[in-house]
Design a protein around this ligand. Structure first.
Ligand code: ADP
Ligand code: TRP
Length: 322
């Protein structure tokens, strides 16, 4: 089984990205083959700051490696280092019905938010299809919001296969488990767009301050509280052991505690949880040439695979002779 997924370098990764996506990528890296890439071409549709894009791309690689992505097991690369994907994107574009892209809700949502509706934003799903098809991916772990793009990918692959003969493998989405939809510091879903994130590798002092400012209700100290519906408890549960969770839940139900105590406990468990990754990240950050080498090796492996599929597509539609 071949697994592939991409993540956009539009900012620093936060707890929501970790529990909603990255942790599951890492679990899947033990499959026969896995490919993970930093989708900088996709990020370019919304991020127009040369330095930020460069910095975020390197930071994304450092974060993923520090969190446990193992280049011995998974191929890690930067999307733009594999130009075969962009070539394949053009070929797919020639058979993509406009209506299909017009129906994509991600495009409509972004446009409604005021992001300029450029051709790159509109054709975003075609590049995503090329990413997936270029590696003959069987399984694509993605969040719920990307399922529609997977449907587009399957439709485009089927249409091409129908027009030119069997060329592409049809991928299946694997919906990431968001049962732990991670709340942000304001209790809403944690997201860069809501400015309510806790970054995984934020400096500890700053992170602690942020945690101490998590919004809570105005319950009196002595009142008991139902833990399961409380976002502070939900955050604590992401990091705590079962025993710690039970103990905290009992304290909630009993009452006689303040939220400050829970926030401190959250800071402690989260720091412990990421302590090793933080150390690894510092080591890696001091060796940028090593990270560049990992990404270079990843791109070389990825290019070999993508070149085979691209050639097959070029031959199928008549761009190259058989
Ligand atoms: P953001 O909302 O911060 O822009 P992205 O859309 O780039 O995050 O998400 C990248 C991945 O992280 C996706 O798979 C997404 O579903 C997951 N993810 C983001 N925020 C959360 C969250 N609060 N809870 C669970 N998963 C999340
Ligand atoms: N669009 C995805 C997201 O925003 C990122 C992405 C780009 C991707 N290409 C991909 C995910 C290919 C899976 C497969 O989350």
């Amino acid at each position: 089984m071949r697994v592939l997924s991409g993540i956009q370098p539009t900012g620093r990764f936060h707890w929501g990205n970790y529990f909603g996506a990255i942790q599951q990528y890492i679990d899947l890296q033990n499959e026969d083959e896995s490919y993970y890439f930093i989708a900088n071409l996709h990020a370019l549709t919304t991020l127009r700051d040369r330095e930020a894009l460069q910095r975020n791309t390197l930071d994304a690689a450092l974060d993923l490696l520090a969190l446990g992505l193992d280049p011995e097991k998974a191929v890690l690369f930067v999307q733009s280092d594999v130009p075969e994907v962009s070539e394949l994107c053009w070929i797919l574009m020639t058979t993509t019905p406009l209506g299909q892209l017009e129906r994509c809700t991600a495009f409509k949502d972004k446009k409604a938010k005021g992001i300029s509706a450029d051709a790159g934003l509109f054709t975003y799903p075609v590049l995503m299809a090329a990413d997936i098809l270029a590696f003959e991916s069987d399984v694509v772990p993605v969040g719920q919001d990307q399922i529609q793009h997977l449907e587009v990918t399957r439709d485009l692959a089927q249409k091409f296969n129908h027009l030119f003969g069997e060329t592409f493998v049809l991928p299946k989405p694997k919906v990431l488990d968001h049962s732990a939809k991670v709340p942000g510091v304001d209790g809403e879903k944690m997201s860069k767009s809501y400015d309510n994130t806790v970054e995984i590798f934020e400096p500890l002092k700053q992170q602690r301050k942020k945690l101490m400012r998590i919004v809570t209700d105005s319950r009196a100290m002595e009142d008991p509280k139902e833990p399961e519906t409380d976002h502070l408890f939900q955050l604590y549960s992401l990091f705590a052991s079962d025993a710690q969770k039970e103990e905290m839940a009992a304290t909630y139900r009993q009452g006689g505690f303040g939220y400050g105590m829970v926030k401190k406990a959250l800071a402690e468990v989260s720091e412990t949880y990421f302590a090793e990754a933080r150390e690894r990240r510092e080591e890696l950050a001091a060796q940028p040439e090593k990270v560049r080498e990992i990404l270079g090796d990843g791109a070389a492996t990825a290019r070999k695979k993508a070149a085979q599929v691209l050639l097959r597509a070029q031959q199928a539609c008549g761009l190259k002779s058989l």
